[in-house]
Design a protein around this ligand. Structure first.
Ligand SMILES: CC1(C)O[C@H]2[C@@H](O1)[C@@]1(COC(C)(C)O1)O[C@@H]2CNc1nc2cc3nc(N)[nH]c(=O)c3cc2[nH]1
Ligand SMILES: [Zn+2]
Length: 374
């Protein structure tokens, strides 16, 4: 029996945006929410205490990576992923399907699952619906994801239909493979490529099986933003209002605002953390590439409107110096600021929804960027 609930607290008058609250066995999650990605049991360059200080409520882990290294049994024997990484708030784990295809080598997919060679040492492995659920339960994640195939883009309609049907069969196997009494919530993942009818078929199959939440997969795979929004427009209205909706791998700040407007509750993306390590900082007026010469002697904080520790204590000149010098602190400070920006943006969304002023919030978001084209 899972201790998972979702309450819809408010809906926006002028859009499909919604304010909600999830209850998991490790605490509450206020939605809409952005989830920092902690692929290998760490949100890169961030101490758990710093994540809490900037308001992170839940983070992501990856089955594929932790299964390969250090191994899910080792982590279970050491008390589970929360203990292992000293994070006592909720963790959502992705099921491995996507990562096998983005990282694994020599993959072979069949009804059983996916055979692949490790990108680390070339060793051969299989991930199946049953083994993916077993790994996620061993890790002790609070929200676990069905094992699916994230269909590459572009793909033929025939392949999309076949793969989506197989992911539907896998979803059923995932639900059957769950251990009784494991308090984690299991989310189904909608596939169907960019075809509204195949998306609807995938939704119907998942609803018939029944999950605690529903993710929209197969997006943020190189498609244009307009196409991503079209799939959201077609798919979100088909999902139950009283269950969380999670769009995987999304996205830029604009993607988050547009996704919220369409009724998305949960997001995750490597963008804030990956861009931080590449010296690209997110601000209320757009992106700042800190390596640019114009910041050489700039005494201002990266975003004068930002209340984070980094903007309160360091100049653009110093952040540029750290980046140019390839200093470790560059990743630490840039990541802190970028995650603070993403989490702060979603806090602003929640506050605006609480106050019935999401429409104004969205207008203000775009005006600030238009005033300062980066
Ligand atoms: C490969 C790597 C690290 O994953 C990120 C990142 O690069 C990158 C490359 O460009 C950006 C957009 C910045 O994000 O694309 C990935 C984010 N898009 C994405 N993540 C997903 C995860 C998924 N998991 C499952 N189980 N099923 C899915 O259908 C699924 C779809 C997804 N789409
Ligand atoms: Zn800042």
């Amino acid at each position: 029996m899972t201790e998972f609930t979702f309450d819809l607290l408010a809906t926006d008058s002028g859009s499909a945006a919604r304010r909600g609250r999830m209850t998991t066995r490790r605490g509450l999650i206020e939605t809409p929410i952005f989830m920092p990605v902690g692929t290998q049991g760490t949100v890169k360059a961030m101490l758990p205490e710093a994540l809490k200080e900037i308001g992170a409520q839940i983070i992501l882990g990856n089955t594929y990576h932790l299964f390969l290294r250090p191994g899910h049994e080792l982590i279970r024997n050491l008390g589970g992923l929360h203990r292992f990484m000293n994070w006592d708030r909720p963790i959502l784990t992705d099921s491995g399907g996507f990562q096998v295809f983005s990282l694994g080598a020599l993959r072979k997919i069949d009804e059983e699952g996916v055979r692949f060679q490790s990108h680390l040492d070339g060793s051969s492995h299989v991930l199946s619906p049953e083994s993916s659920i077993a790994v996620q339960e061993a890790l002790g994640a609070d929200i676990i994801m069905a094992f699916d195939e994230c269909i590459p883009y572009p793909a033929s309609r025939e392949y999309v239909a076949e793969s989506t049907a197989r992911s539907g069969r896998w979803a059923r196997r995932c639900k059957l493979a769950r251990s009784q009494g494991d308090g984690a919530a299991l989310f189904g993942i909608v596939q169907g490529g960019m075809h509204p009818d195949l998306r609807a078929g995938s939704v119907n199959e998942l609803l018939e099986i029944g999950f605690e939440g529903y993710a929209i997969g197969g997006l943020s795979v190189g498609e244009e933003a307009a196409l991503m929004y079209e799939v959201m427009d077609n798919t979100l209205p088909l999902l139950p209002r009283d269950r969380p909706r999670y769009v995987m791998g999304v996205g830029t700040p604009e993607n988050l605002i547009e996704g919220v407007s369409r009724g998305v509750d949960m997001f995750d993306c490597v963008m804030p953390t990956r861009n931080a390590r590449n010296g690209v900082l997110f601000t209320s007026f757009g992106k700042v590439s800190i390596k640019q010469a114009r910041y050489l002697a700039d005494p201002l904080p990266v975003d004068p409107d930002c209340s984070c520790y980094v903007c309160g204590n360091y100049s653009r000149a110093y952040l540029r110096h750290l980046y140019q010098s390839n200093e470790i602190l560059s990743s630490v400070l840039n990541t802190h600021h970028n995650l603070h920006y993403y989490l702060g943006l979603m806090q602003g969304v929640r506050d605006a929804l609480d106050g019935g002023r999401f429409g104004e919030f969205k207008k203000d978001f775009y005006r600030k960027r238009a005033d300062n084209p980066s």
